[in-house]
Write a protein that binds this ligand. Sequence first.
Ligand code: AMP
Ligand code: MG
Length: 424
Amino acid sequence: MSNNKINKETSCMDDYDQNSITTDQALEKIFDAINPINENEVIPIRESLSRILAENIKANINVPSGRNSAMDGYAINKKDIPLKQTNQLKVVGKSLAGNPFSNSIKQGECVRIMTGAIMPIGSDTVIIQEHVLLSKSETEITIGHDTKPNANVRQAGEDISKGDVVLTKGKNLTPADIGLLASLGLSKISVVRKLKVAFFSTGDELRGVDENLNDGEIYDSNRYTLHAMLSRLNTDIVDMGVVKDDKNLLAKAFGKANSKVDVLITTGGVSVGEADYIKDILQEHGNVNFWKVAIKPGRPLTFGNLGKTLFFGLPGNPVSVMVTFYQFVQPALKKLSGDNANLPLMIKVPCISTLKKKPGRIEFQRGIIEKDNNNNIIVKKTGAQGSGILRSMSDANCFIVLPLDSNDIKPGDLVDVQIFDGII
Ligand code: AMP
Ligand code: MG
């Protein structure tokens, strides 16, 4: 444009914006503003999935508690393994899981043993049943010389030794952790209380999913996405509905949440449009920490507090909501609840698509990570990348993260990727 006076303010079309802070700076400001809550509750382990452990768990027993067999076979003493050819051993009894052989074995003797059964005193090795010849009378076995001493035996405390710290405070509990707690005989544990998170959408154009749409109206999808993302984090959710683009109504909604929930999230109304009041109202009733981040999508992002309540004013566009939630809100919620793994994992993967990118903002494009015909891991972009195109998130299984200064990506370039779902 020849007359650049018309271009007086930075818009969402520009990539450089001197008022924006970087994502790293934004995260630092967010983390600085958060003190992890220190309120715990004791709950049954069955209910502890995705809860944050509030205590170190020390093993009070060995797991397994005694030496036992890893296979079905015969418990022998390694001194009876022949140097060459074969040896005959007398079968003097049985040891079953939960029903051990009560005597010890002497040289030349063995005991029929099943997986998980306690090793009889005097035995140290299990020969699997497929490697022995059992006499017709089932009173004797013949063994070869190729059995390894101490084979197929699980030592007491091999999984966990008494006194070990097995889980540390701040662990986000997984199915494996819950099994581990059960294996120690613990029925209840102390976890950090659930966070209370409220949200509402703003916009005169928004309708509920069971209403009819008039011209220019759209369904409010953000509250559904937010509800789902928060459910995965095991929070107590307060859905405050849709609030019109009206200063008084917005201020009233702010008042309802102020210091009554841990976190308030709003969507929409943070751009520079006429009806975008969120930042101003936060300024009036609380504090604005920052309001612009060099990120695409999602630059107009307001962070601050309303009394004791942390505040996130996310943009209205559905993809921006998800990107800013995962990059800022989720790490914040994790830090607040004392979760000690609060940032997403990033890996480098070759990209097979051409990606358009201008320097100035970190960009979270939506990608599909998969194996190519040669079984190599690659990533490609989903279709159109507009911040309103929620399909791009639904089709994706990862974010392709392009750093602030990067330009276009050519096929074959390595890119950073954040995978949405791990296996656990
Ligand atoms: P805003 O940030 O309020 O200017 O909104 C940006 C864009 O996101 C507009 O096209 C809105 O119609 C759209 N939008 C805002 N809120 C929602 C919502 N809750 N669900 C779906 N789209 C929304
Ligand atoms: Mg709006």
